[in-house]
Structures are given as structure tokens and as C-alpha cells.
Design a protein around this ligand. Structure first.
Ligand SMILES: Nc1ncnc2c1ncn2[C@@H]1O[C@H](COP(=O)(O)OP(=O)(O)OP(=O)(O)O)[C@@H](O)[C@H]1O
Length: 203
């Protein structure tokens, strides 16, 4: 996936960023950084095709399914952690046994096997957010967009999520994580900083 001369501005507002060119490779986990208001969430929306860029273009070659993990973990309170990850496999046509086996494997990868049988409402903040990352991968997306996964968490809980970021690297997936947390940034394998492309670049 490639960004070529990308720029965006909302109506009656200055450019958020401009002249942004970048090439993303599968297998990498990118930290998307920049000050508050620099356009990190906006760039995720453009990449997800939820909005059209004001300038330049995004080439989605090789990109099939796009998954999005939100800032706040969102689950079904009385469903187990295993159910949350098994459901996408079931929806894709797996048998219940296959779905549970695949889901268990993903839970192990995110060190959640211990809580597989626990209901979502009983999970800690860090466990719930790692579960969202595991579920995000369950559909085998070629692009996984993650918006501020540690923004709502205390330092200890955030560290548990950062540990999960190592597990999210997947050879066929581009992972892009918007974050202003330096620890989350350091857990990623590459960094795209929006700061040099901020509207000051217009001058
Ligand atoms: N739909 C919209 N219409 C107009 N302005 C918007 C819209 N969405 C976002 N903005 C503005 O664009 C700017 C960038 O917002 P964005 O959420 O992309 O920044 P961010 O880097 O993700 O910030 P943060 O780190 O605080 O989450 C902000 O000033 C925001 O108010």
C-alpha cells in the first residue's frame, strides 16, 4: 500500500498534513505518531476509505480486507473471550471445532489462553484490549488499523497491551497503530511520524 503526495484538510480549515508519500510493507507494525490534532485518526479514516483525501492518492494494491480496532474495547459482556475470537472464524465458514481451535491459537499468541473461558465483562482493561487485537487478526485482514490502543489505560495495563503488539506482527498483514504513547511506539517495528507533514509545511 502506498501514499503518494497525500494531503488533507477539512472545509474551512488549514491543511492537516501535506506532501505525504510512504510505502507500507506486509509483516511490519507501523506506529503512526504526531502531536494531538495532527491528523492520525483522519489518516486512518482515509486509508480505510471512509473519507477521500483532499490531495494525492492512496494505492491499495494487494489490500483485501481491512480491520479496525477501536480505542475502547467493545465486546459482549456475557460472552467469553474465546467466543469473541471464534465468531469471525465461524462467520467465515469454519466448523465450531475449527473455529475454537483457531481462536485458542490466537488467544495463546496474545497470552490470553488463561482467560479464554472468562466472560468479557470480567476481563481487565489490558486483557480486553489484547482480545480486540486478537479478534482484529481473526479475519486475516491484509490491513489492520488500530486507533490509540493504550489511550484509556493506566501504565501497567498499557504495558500489557504493548506486549501484545509484538504478537500482532503477521507476514501477510500491514498493521498501522495510531499512538502518542512512546512505549507503544517503541513496541512497533517502524514509525511514520506526521509532524514533518503538518500544515506548517504549507508555508
Ligand atoms: N470530520 C471532521 N470535520 C472537521 N474537522 C475534523 C473532522 N475530524 C477531525 N477534524 C479535526 O482535524 C484535526 C485532526 O484530528 P485527528 O483526530 O485526525 O487528530 P489526531 O492526530 O488523531 O489527534 P489525537 O492524538 O488527539 O487523537 C482536529 O483538529 C480535529 O478537530
Amino acid at each position: 500500500m502506498t501514499l503518494s503526495g497525500l494531503g488533507h484538510r477539512f472545509p474551512n480549515a488549514p491543511w492537516l498534513f501535506q506532501h505525504l508519500s510512504y510505502e507500507f510493507q506486509p509483516g511490519m507494525v507501523y506506529a503512526l505518531t504526531g502531536p494531538s490534532g495532527s491528523g492520525k485518526s483522519t489518516l486512518l479514516s482515509l486509508i480505510a476509505k471512509l473519507d477521500k483525501p483532499s490531495a494525492g492518492r492512496i494505492t491499495h494494491e494487494g489490500i483485501g480486507q481491512i480491520s479496525w480496532v477501536f480505542q475502547n474495547p467493545f465486546g459482549t459482556p456475557r460472552r467469553t473471550a474465546l467466543d469473541h475470537v471464534a465468531l469471525p472464524f465461524l462467520a467465515a465458514g469454519s466448523t465450531i471445532d475449527q473455529a475454537e481451535e483457531s481462536a485458542s491459537e490466537l488467544l495463546r499468541r496474545f497470552q490470553l489462553d488463561r482467560v479464554a473461558g472468562r466472560e468479557f465483562r470480567e476481563l481487565s482493561g489490558g486483557e480486553a484490549q489484547r482480545l480486540m487485537l486478537a479478534r482484529g487478526l481473526a479475519t486475516h485482514p491484509s490491513l489492520l488499523l488500530v486507533d490509540e490502543p493504550t489511550a484509556q489505560l493506566d501504565r501497567v495495563t498499557a504495558a500489557a497491551v504493548d506486549a501484545g503488539i509484538v504478537a500482532i506482527a503477521d507476514p501477510t498483514t500491514i498493521v498501522l497503530i495510531a499512538t502518542h504513547d512512546p512505549n507503544t511506539r517503541d513496541a512497533c517495528t517502524a514509525q511514520l511520524d506526521l509532524t514533518p507533514y503538518a500544515h506548517a509545511a504549507e508555508a
